[in-house]
Design a protein around this ligand. Structure first.
Ligand code: MV4
Length: 490
């Protein structure tokens, strides 16, 4: 692949900024990071060739500020902008502003972003393209339409997505209240109170298809990811391929996803989300018009570099003709969050005092943190992702568990030991966990009894005045790492 452009600005932070900067380095593209005042010591800032401070922590003043990001691109001579995910990545107005400034937008056409952003419109477009959608209606005042949906049902916000504002309705008596509260919440959150009704599918799996389009009319699917392990619409463990998808079903998913992308004139990387019902039927849910957090499991299972592909097709290149549609093995990802599983998964803050990344055959770490970095309330609590691949699912799972047992984050409470417990449950081992599994199953009594003590010891160790030496613990304080304090009890 030739160098698609000379210089790229990454309008993001954390591990995805690090991921895109790495792709730039491998391709010989100059990288420009942007950062908030609070992120001065962040990993993405140190890694990029150039970095521009764009304002204080409230995202509206920095990572969400279109004028500041465009000014940073202009000041550094960047030719293209990669939005990462979150922040401005699904903002069609930003994409248009980037293009209007004469820069390359590393993402889909703004019109495709808009068409998929309005869920009622995207459902209709999908029906027109023969993509299966969940039975439903936006004509909620029509009694016959409502009756055809039946119960249980779910009320969703047209401008929502990712489960925001969703209300499950078990019977006709609950409908009026669910409609009213969903409308209120949608109006407050998105400035659009439009809602629609769908049949509610019990215990589905979340299967999403990676699609890619270039500007020469080619659209392909690169397998699926299974993201059924979620808590409160936050993904916890993802994998590719899905243990619930056979080669024949994979081909059906691919055909539906490519039709979906084609129906909106899609280009670049995108993800088509489906629900897979226990009876094997699948239904379109929504399309995410960006690179996803969990993209590494596709990269590892299929042997592709999705970010390099994004940059190439954004520069007008053709997709390679030999992209795989069949996995070469299995990959699994665990998300490391700064949260306390024993305190209702409450987000945690603090300074990262000690940080050790795992490694080994088939192990990959995409991380945005480094020692000394402050984890604050201002940003998403996801710190890093650990990805393992293997020739089969159980090898990937065992490698991931081993990698997590080797990982050390001290100073900020994380969910690492919780993740190890989840990987070891009989349901997950069997590949049978559906989207309700984590909420039904109390894997929350997870933390080692002494973990809090170790956390405190690490803080003490770091803050203790060094007696007679410029570094290391004060006399009487054991080094918690050397003492093996971070190891799991079991
Ligand atoms: C559903 C559903 C059941 N039936 N729609 C949640 C996230 C958003 N993308 C859609 N979601 C759901 N929509 C119908 N008609 C169940 C969910 C759902 C879910 C989906 C994927 C992964 C985890 C989930 C957890 C709870 C509910």
């Amino acid at each position: 692949m030739s160098r698609p452009f000379r210089k790229l600005l990454i309008a993001n932070r954390g591990e995805i900024a690090v991921r895109v900067i790495r792709a730039c380095k491998a391709l010989g593209i100059g990288s420009v990071a942007v950062y908030s005042e609070q992120d001065r010591d962040s990993r993405h800032v140190g890694l990029a060739d150039e970095a521009v401070e764009i304002g204080p922590a409230p995202a509206s003043e920095s990572y969400l500020s279109v004028p500041k990001i465009l000014a940073a691109a202009s000041a550094t001579g960047a030719e293209a902008i990669h939005p990462g995910f979150g922040f401005l990545s699904e903002n069609a107005g930003f994409a248009r502003a980037v293009e209007a400034a004469g820069l390359v937008w590393v993402g889909p056409p703004p019109s495709a972003m808009e068409a998929m952003g309005r869920k009622i419109e995207s459902r209709e477009r999908m029906k027109g393209a023969s993509v299966p959608v969940v039975p439903g209606t936006h004509l909620i005042d029509d009694e016959a339409e409502r009756a055809a949906v039946g119960f249980p049902a779910v009320v969703k916000a047209s401008s929502g997505g990712g489960g925001k504002g969703m209300r499950i309705v078990r019977g006709p008596g609950e409908l009026a209240e669910a409609l009213a509260s969903c409308r209120r919440e949608a109006e407050a959150a998105f400035g659009d109170g439009t809602v629609y009704l769908e049949r509610y599918l019990e215990r589905p799996r979340h299967v999403e298809v990676q699609v890619f389009g270039d500007c020469h009319g080619t659209i392909v699917a690169i397998g699926e990811r299974d993201c059924s392990l979620q808590r409160r619409h936050q993904k916890v463990i993802e994998e590719s391929p899905s243990p619930a998808v056979s080669p024949a079903l994979r081909a059906q998913f691919a055909e539906a996803a490519v039709s979906a992308a084609r129906a909106v004139g899609y280009r670049n990387a995108g993800t088509v989300e489906f629900l897979l019902a226990p009876d094997g039927q699948f239904y379109f849910l929504e399309m995410n018009t960006r690179l996803q957090v969990e993209h590494p499991v596709t990269e590892e299972a299929f042997g592709v570099d999705l970010v390099a592909l994004q940059l190439a097709v954004a520069a007008g290149e053709r997709l390679p003709a030999d992209l795989p549609s069949v996995p070469r093995g299995h990959a699994m990802e665990a998300r490391i969050y700064a949260e306390d599983p024993d305190a209702g998964f409450l987000p945690q803050t603090g300074k990262v005092l000690v940080y050790r990344e795992p490694s080994g055959p088939g192990v990959r770490v995409d991380s945005g943190i480094c020692e000394g970095m402050e984890v604050s309330v201002h940003y998403d609590p996801m710190l890093a992702k650990v990805i393992a691949r293997g020739t089969n699912r159980d090898e990937a799972r065992r490698r991931l568990a081993a990698a997590l047992s080797e990982m050390v984050v001290l100073g900020v409470q994380t969910n690492i030991s919780y993740l190890r417990r989840v990987l070891d449950t009989p349901e997950f081992r069997a590949g049978e966990a559906d989207t309700g599994f984590l909420e039904r199953t109390p894997v929350t009594l997870s933390r080692e009894p002494d973990d809090g003590v170790f956390q405190a010891a690490a803080r003490l160790f770091a803050s203790a005045p060094a007696a007679g030496s410029s570094a290391g613990p004060a006399a009487g304080f054991p080094d918690p790492i050397a003492a093996g304090a971070f190891r799991m009890a079991s």
